[in-house]
Design a protein around this ligand. Structure first.
Ligand SMILES: Nc1nc2c(ncn2[C@@H]2O[C@H](COP(=O)(O)OP(=O)(O)OP(=O)(O)O)[C@@H](O)[C@H]2O)c(=O)[nH]1
Ligand SMILES: [Mg+2]
Length: 272
């Protein structure tokens, strides 16, 4: 058997293992859904990550979260929305949800306070973010009595590798504040580094080069220095954005990041 065939067989079985783990896992508390909140600069790939996970689970390219191709620097997602992910069985959903939010901008974008309220479960689905002021407790979209299902169990910071060095100080300051608020609420955190294909030609040529790329490692270190998120909690991923078919290499990076999100969220639930 040749090496290429052997490698692709082993990748297939790695992916099958990850997929069967995903299909079987349970938060072990009745009716509890693990809530994964994504935040990060406008255009970093938050909605695309949700679409990528959904695509892998549906075994075809899907796009439940609207994505913008213009990349104007202004956030395209403006409404707070929870995305459930269907299993490949009829009417069955995975026991986790993603919350997609408006992106951070140096001036404008989502208010830091709204992200803090979302972490505590105070923001109801369908809330349209107002960059000028945070959600008021008198608003109909303010949840006065959040339960365990409304609260966030893991916070995911999404940053783009290709523009990391250009990220404005004000955005970094907002991300640090959000990170500290999550720490105070004992919410575990991880980060995903998107656009690794745009950032590094070696990775663009072959996604498997991601762990060989000195450039991507440098970007992860840079991000670790800026935000203080440990290296082993930063996951490089390439989101589906132009592909018409799934790819095992892309899937594996996304599944690894997803598994860590789920494990951290489970740890949070059991610690509470
Ligand atoms: N090449 C490449 N493009 C990506 C990747 N992830 C996202 N994109 C593209 O980047 C652009 C922005 O992606 P979105 O998913 O809309 O980003 P977002 O963080 O949801 O942005 P806002 O809702 O505006 O805050 C879109 O054109 C995506 O197709 C990636 O990993 N690689
Ligand atoms: Mg979006």
């Amino acid at each position: 058997m040749n090496l290429v065939l052997l490698k692709s067989l082993s990748l297939n079985s790695d992916k099958e293992n990850e997929m069967s783990w995903l299909g079987l896992f349970s938060p072990q508390k009745r009716n509890l859904k693990l809530r994964i909140l994504l935040h990060g600069p406008a255009g970093s790939g938050k909605s695309s990550f949700i679409n990528s996970v959904d695509s892998i689970c549906q075994k075809r390219i899907t796009s439940p979260a609207a994505v913008d191709n213009f990349c104007s620097g202004k956030s395209f997602t403006i409404v707070y929305k929870a995305h459930k992910i269907k299993k490949d069985k009829p009417n069955m959903y995975h026991p986790f949800v993603f919350n997609d939010i408006m992106g951070l901008e140096a001036t404008g974008g989502v208010c830091e306070d709204d992200i803090k309220l979302a972490m505590k479960g105070h923001v109801k689905d369908g809330y349209k973010f107002n960059p000028a002021s945070a959600l008021d407790p008198s608003d109909q979209f303010y949840n006065q009595t959040p339960d365990e299902n409304d609260k966030v169990h893991v916070l995911v910071c999404v940053v783009p590798a290709h523009t990391l060095s250009l990220m404005k100080g004000e955005i970094i300051r907002k991300m640090v504040n959000i990170r500290e608020a999550a720490r105070d609420l004992d919410i575990p955190q991880i980060a995903i580094l998107t656009h690794i294909d745009v950032a590094c030609p070696l990775v663009n040529g072959n996604i498997q080069n991601v762990y060989k790329s000195k450039y991507i490692k440098k970007k992860m270190e840079e991000f670790c220095d800026q935000l203080g998120i440990p290296m082993n909690c930063i996951f490089p991923v390439k989101n589906y954005h132009e592909e018409q078919d799934l790819d095992d290499d892309i899937d594996m990076l996304i599944l690894r990041a997803l598994k860590q999100m789920i494990n951290f969220a489970k740890d949070k639930v059991h610690a509470d």
